[in-house]
Design a binder for this molecule. Structure first.
Ligand SMILES: Cc1cc2nc3c(=O)[nH]c(=O)nc-3n(C[C@H](O)[C@H](O)[C@H](O)COP(=O)(O)OP(=O)(O)OC[C@H]3O[C@@H](n4cnc5c(N)ncnc54)[C@H](O)[C@@H]3O)c2cc1C
Length: 464
């Protein structure tokens, strides 16, 4: 019998879920309410696309696995995306600058604009799969509390009912899955939230002459100093541009005014990003986003009907400073793919199995983002517990030991890159190594190459 699937949302989670489905389902339709451009150009209803995005290696590998033969990585690099070795980045953490030690098999972070990434994915799906992408807005689920049988969609031609053996909700952070399920008589979906009131402000700059080799640079906040967390990142993207995102938790929000953007960057715990952009030509205005809470809806714990899977930001959103959302979306689609290889979409428990499998990377990402945000002032959600405090101190020590212990470094890297769950950090030999030390004090000065030093030296210390 012919099988059909409807995917709501044609962004990272939706496109990759559709790619997975197209291998075993006869007809796969992606519905997106936005006008999707025919090229790497901005679109209206993806506000986060104006901010810096970095793709983790785990996300990149999942994309390659889900779109074999599409050469997404090759196309991204050909269009100017950069791959930054993780340990070659300039990273100012809570205690100072991390050491840089690029190695041949280092984790590579993919840096490009969301416009380029989304277009490359869309193009790959269109080129290499049988997926149909249609414009339309999903407004309801069809079916009953026992089984979802399709979605009601509003298109230019009016309202239509699209029947499906499986509906994937990949409609992002604004997903109305809970309301739609409620209308079918399914409730009780728990939400976990840690909202530090993070605001992101971003601006694009042309890379100034002599600064092209500058790597991905991140200046983090210190969650335990009792002050609002202010942080920033400078991401080299295609066409010799830097995409700079400044962030601040409640009470320390970055400005929308271009004149204050530089001052905010110079006032971070280290002024390096401000110094770099002080010499760079801005290309456009400052874009601000306010909806950045760590929020997780526990669909995997609810009695969801058969025939419905929720993926990507529709399940959970995270503090963007850890670069996780797109990779979690890709890993969720990979979980769907693996279940499809093992069984039919109509098999009893199929959708619940996918939801549970997809929850693993959601848990890892949510734990990382929320465990740090808990400590900022005026957080909405839960208060830090004794266990949170112990965990934080333990992780802090692990980070300092990692500078001189390759196994501890490797384990921390794998967990933050979503290659492994946090359980890996509890391995006895790693705990022992953490207790024994030695503890390396991070440097107060950025570990610059001579070329980078020369550039920053020429910039000097700009005034606010
Ligand atoms: C400031 C900021 C910075 C970030 N930085 C990073 C980063 O560095 N690395 C990273 O991995 N992640 C980052 N993220 C997270 C990342 O943007 C998301 O995790 C990712 O976009 C999730 O993809 P998605 O497909 O689930 O949802 P989205 O990308 O939000 O897409 C949802 C899609 O659904 C469509 N849609 C919505 N409702 C409907 C409907 N009813 N009917 C039809 N279509 C609908 C929308 O038009 C859209 O195309 C960042 C987020 C923010 C806010």
């Amino acid at each position: 019998m012919s099988r059909r699937a409807v995917v709501i949302g044609g962004s990272v989670a939706g496109l990759l879920a559709a790619a997975a489905l197209s291998r075993s389902v006869d007809e796969v339709t992606v519905i997106d309410r936005d006008e999707l451009p025919d090229g790497p150009r901005p679109r209206r209803r993806l506000p986060q696309a104006r901010h810096a995005h970095v793709l983790l290696p785990s996300g990149r590998d999942a994309v390659e696995e889900l779109l074999p033969g599409a050469d997404v990585r090759k196309h991204l690099l050909a269009a100017g995306a950069r791959e930054e070795p993780f340990s070659g980045t300039l990273d100012f953490g809570p205690r100072g600058w991390s050491r840089r030690r690029p190695t041949a098999d280092d984790a590579l972070l993919t840096c490009c604009s969301r416009d380029l990434f989304d277009w490359t994915l869309r193009d790959a799906v269109v080129r290499t799969t049988r997926v149909t992408i249609r414009r339309g807005e999903a407004v309801a689920l069809l079916g009953s509390s026992g089984r979802v049988t399709g979605a009601r969609v509003v298109t230019d031609g009016g309202e239509a009912e699209l029947g499906a053996d499986l509906v994937v909700d990949a409609s992002g952070r604004g997903s109305r899955a809970e309301q739609w399920l409620d209308a079918l008589g399914v409730g009780g979906i728990r939400t976990d939230e840690v909202d530090a009131g993070l605001v992101c402000a971003s601006r694009v700059f042309r890379v100034p002459p002599g600064a092209r080799a500058f790597p991905l640079t991140r200046v983090g906040a210190e969650p335990s100093d009792g002050l609002p967390g202010r942080s920033g990142m400078l991401v080299p993207v295609e066409d010799d541009r830097w995409l700079v995102t400044l962030m601040g938790t409640r009470g320390g929000e970055p400005p929308a005014d271009p004149a204050d953007f530089l001052s905010f960057a110079l006032d971070l715990r280290d002024p390096v990003i401000g110094r770099l952009i002080s010499r760079a030509e801005p290309l456009g205005e400052v874009s601000v986003s306010r909806r950045t809470a760590n929020r997780r809806r526990r669909f995997e714990k609810a009695a969801l009907p058969e025939g419905l899977v929720v993926l990507g930001d529709a399940v959970a959103t995270y503090n963007p400073v850890h670069w996780q959302g797109m990779s979690v979306a890709a890993l969720g689609a990979r979980a769907l793919d693996r279940r499809l290889r093992a069984g039919d979409v109509n098999a009893p428990g199929f959708a619940r199995g996918v939801q549970r499998a997809a929850a693993r990377s959601v848990s890892a990402a949510f734990a990382l983002g929320s465990s740090q945000d808990l400590w900022f002032p005026d957080v909405v959600g839960r208060a830090p517990s004794l266990a949170d405090g112990i965990l934080r101190r333990g992780l802090g020590r692990m980070e300092r030991v990692a500078a001189s212990s390759p196994p501890v470094y490797e384990a921390l890297r794998a967990v933050t890159m979503l290659e492994d769950g946090r359980g890996r950090l509890l391995q006895p030999r790693l705990l022992l190594a953490t207790l024994r030390g030695p503890v390396t004090k991070p440097s107060a000065e950025p570990p610059l190459t001579p070329q980078e030093s020369a550039f920053l030296g020429a910039v000097g210390s700009p005034c606010h």
